[in-house]
Design a binder for this molecule. Structure first.
Ligand code: SAH
Length: 307
């Protein structure tokens, strides 16, 4: 392990019978709770603790001592294989690259990583993205739904008719929880203006700003918390996307709603299928009308308009 290691996984392979005792021992020794995973086919339980900071001196010997004590109590702990492995920061930051394939949203938008040679179709807007450690490459169904809706309502390019209440060109857009900036940047490229984005994670704000620069779009990206949006905002938006989690969408419904311009659109995502009805009810109770939903895998996303 080298100095760039930020996370260490300490795990023990054992029996289902000894799993609880091993988890308790590892948890006490390392000062953080252990998780356990039972592989039904191999009939082996893997008990694991993730740890940051300096290595505990003699860690392996201490784990072994703990295992010996459990064995002495009469539990079968075999195979009792100990593994200590570093998870390097580079691995996290680079691993997304394997999964990031270009994604097309209709004929309007192509989002791709910098190294992709994929050529856009005629009139297709291209967004080049490096999400780093932040969420959002377009592969996730919730992101893809938001992108589709942004493309659908982009007055300038949309093949469909712009919905009533939205200006024909250049709607303003607010992206709550921007991550890599994928939605805000795509929106700016599709003609939305002005575009604002917010994330409470400093790393996301950094990545989103770098991506905005890389794509040559001017959008305002700030570090901020969606639970602290102003109840009486200075500016309201024609289009809001909130790819957050359902708990937050429900608890912050009034604040989120307050950012909407009359006749505006709100896209909510990040919602598990079974939680959608609660989110939907929360916004309908605030006078919004549900105009579209889409389910994909375990997710369900929706689009509302204000009347
Ligand atoms: N908009 C991107 C990323 C969605 S992931 C996409 O659609 O792909 C959700 C993002 O919301 C994460 O980047 C997370 O840091 C951010 N987030 C979660 N809770 C937040 C809060 N309370 N305030 C601001 N940002 C938040």
């Amino acid at each position: 392990m080298n100095a760039r290691t930020v996370l260490r996984a300490i795990s023990v392979e054992t029996t289902l019978e000894a799993e609880d005792a091993v988890a308790e021992m590892l948890g006490r020794l390392l000062g953080c709770p252990a998780s356990a995973f039972f592989d039904v086919e191999a009939r082996i339980s893997r008990v694991c603790v993730y740890q940051t900071g300096p290595v505990v001196p003699g860690l392996r010997a201490k784990v072994k001592e703990g295992l010996d004590r459990i064995r002495d109590c009469g539990l079968d702990i075999s195979p009792a294989r100990i593994s200590i492995a570093g998870v390097r920061k580079e691995d996290w930051a680079e691993s997304w690259k394997r999964h990031f394939k270009p994604i097309e949203i209709g004929t309007e938008l192509l989002v791709k990583p910098g190294w992709s040679k994929r050529k856009p179709r005629k009139d297709q807007v291209v967004v080049i993205l490096d999400p780093g450690l932040s969420f959002g490459t377009g592969q996730h169904p919730t992101t893809a739904y938001c992108l589709k809706e942004i493309a659908r309502y982009s007055g300038a390019r949309s093949a469909g008719t712009p919905p009533p209440g939205l200006p024909k060109n250049g709607h303003s857009l607010l992206d709550l929880g921007t991550g890599s900036g994928i939605l805000a940047i795509s929106a700016a490229k599709l003609g939305y203006t002005p575009v604002r984005a917010l994330d409470f994670d400093a790393e996301a704000v950094r990545a989103a700003k770098a991506n905005a620069r890389g794509n040559g779009v001017k959008i305002r990206i700030v570090r901020g918390d969606a639970t602290r949006l102003p109840a009486r905002p200075g500016r309201r938006f024609n289009f809001i996307c909130a790819n957050l989690i359902s708990g937050l969408l429900v608890s912050e419904r009034k604040r989120i709603r307050a950012q909407m311009e009359r006749g505006g659109i709100l896209v909510v995502a990040g919602i598990l299928k079974q939680e959608f009805s609660e989110v939907s009810r929360a916004y309908q109770n605030l006078g919004l009308k549900l105009v579209r939903t889409k389910s994909e895998r375990e997710w369900k996303s929706g689009t509302f308009c204000s009347q």
